[in-house]
Structure formats: C-alpha cells, structure tokens
Design a binder for this molecule. Structure first.
Ligand SMILES: Nc1nc2c(ncn2[C@@H]2O[C@H](COP(=O)(O)OP(=O)(O)OP(=O)(O)O)[C@@H](O)[C@H]2O)c(=O)[nH]1
Length: 237
C-alpha cells in the first residue's frame, strides 16, 4: 500500500468510528427516553390511570344510585296515582283496571265475579255534626273494616265520597256474595270511636254478578249502584 492509499484508508476508518460513535449516542438517547417513559408509566401515568378508573367506578355507582332512586320515585308516583289519598285503598281507575283483568280471566275460566257497591248511611250528618276531619276518620276506619271482611284476592276500592266497591273473585253463586255483604254489614255495625264519640253506623249494599247481570265493568258498576240505591230506599224510615 502506498502512502496515499494508506491515508485514504485511515480517513475512512476515522469516518466509520465517528458514525459508530454518533449511532451509539442516538441509541443511548433512545434508551433513556424509553426508560423515562417506562418509569412514568409505572409511577405517574399508571397511578393516574388507576385514579381515573376509580373515578369511573364511583361515577358508575353514583349513576346507578341516581337511576335506582329515580325508578323508586317513579314507582311511588305511579302507586300514588292509583291509590285514594285518604284511605290508601285502590282508587276508581285502579279498580277499573283490576275489574277488567278479572273479567278477562273469568271469561276464560268460565267463572263468576261479584261486584258489591257499598254506601255509608247518613254520612253527611256525621260531617255536619262532628266536622269534616271526623268524617275523614270514619272513611279511613270504614276502609279498614271493609278490607278486613274480605279475602286477600278480593279488591276493595274507594269509588268516591262515602262510596266503596268490592270485587269478589271467583264466586260460585250470588248467595256467596250475599254472605260477604252480611259479614261486612255486621263489621260496620260495631260501634266506631271517632274523636271521642261512639258512632253506630250502617251501610247499604248492592250486588251484581258477572256474567249474569252484566259483561262490562261500567255496566256492572251501574247495576250494583242501582241495587244499592234500592237497598237504601228499603232501609229508609
Ligand atoms: N269527610 C269527608 N266527607 C266527604 C268526602 N267526600 C265526600 N264527602 C261527603 O260525603 C257526603 C256524602 O253524601 P251522601 O252520600 O248524600 O250523604 P249520606 O248522608 O250518606 O246520604 P245517604 O247516602 O242517602 O245515606 C257529602 O256530605 C260529602 O260532602 C271526604 O273525603 N271526606
């Protein structure tokens, strides 16, 4: 090798050494960046990740709580729309709904239903002499006595004012309903203590039977109302 060739080879070698040194520097910088990123993931970022996850879980639980209480409020609202505020008995709308369902079932199973229309006698006099609050108490106690006179499967509702309806499920004949009417008349005849006064009440009851005396709820209610009115006229002095 002549001197010129030796100098060129030394220059190329020096250039290669510089390139290798530079590449090593780049690799070391990359390695440092990766180490920093990994450390951040281990400490800061993963902690943030865990915190974010925990916040997500808490938010999901709060969301579920809010949904649950909204559903409960909706349930309560639906129930209150179906119950009479004074007596907490089913109101007219809920009774009509249950009556319609009961008729559909009785139609399928070829069974009878009885509807009892009950009206307090002389209730206006109680309001007039003892006051409206005492009248309210009479209505609440009446609701309890009527409910206590029938089975769980039967429905007692407040139709309005001093009028109540009772739907008896699955009666074999009208005589069964008459027996229930006698039982609840007896329950109502026991003295009632209202605001320190001992009252002696009575009720007038009308009975109509599905399907013998009507096939639709409204027709049966009108039929039982008319029967109650006739019974009241018979009782009147
Ligand atoms: N305290 C109270 N009274 C009510 C309520 N709703 C209706 N009434 C009253 O109930 C009375 C019902 O009137 P009627 O049925 O004609 O009175 P009654 O004396 O029972 O007459 P008969 O049914 O013929 O025996 C009226 O005086 C109404 O003002 C209520 O929620 N509370």
């Amino acid at each position: 090798m002549d001197d010129g060739a030796a100098q060129r080879a030394a220059a190329e070698l020096a250039s290669l050494v510089r390139q290798v040194t530079y590449a090593r520097g780049v690799l070391a910088a990359l390695h440092a960046q990766i180490s920093t990123a990994r450390a951040r993931l281990d400490q800061g970022d993963s902690a943030q990740l865990r915190e974010a996850n925990a916040r997500l879980v808490v938010a999901a639980m709060q969301q579920k709580d809010q949904t649950d209480s909204a559903l409960q409020a909706l349930d309560a609202l639906a129930r209150s729309a179906e119950l009479d505020g004074l007596t907490q008995l089913p109101n007219r709308a809920l009774m009509l709904d249950r009556f319609t369902q009961a008729i559909a079932k009785a139609r399928r199973q070829h069974t009878r239903l009885a509807l009892l229309f009950i009206d307090l006698d002389g209730f206006k006099q109680i309001n007039d002499s003892l006051g409206h609050a005492a009248g309210d108490d009479v209505l609440r106690q009446t609701a309890r006595r009527l409910t206590g006179s029938v089975r769980d499967v039967d429905t007692v509702s407040r139709h309005g004012g001093d009028e109540f309806l009772i739907l008896l499920a699955d009666v074999a004949q009208k005589a069964d309903a008459v027996r229930v009417a006698d039982k609840l008349s007896l329950a109502m005849s026991a003295s009632m203590l209202v605001n320190g006064h001992e009252l002696h009440l009575s009720v007038s009851v009308g009975i109509c039977i599905y399907p013998d005396e009507g096939a639709e709820p409204e027709a049966l209610i009108a039929c039982a109302d008319a029967a109650m009115y006739r019974a009241k006229r018979r009782r009147a002095p």
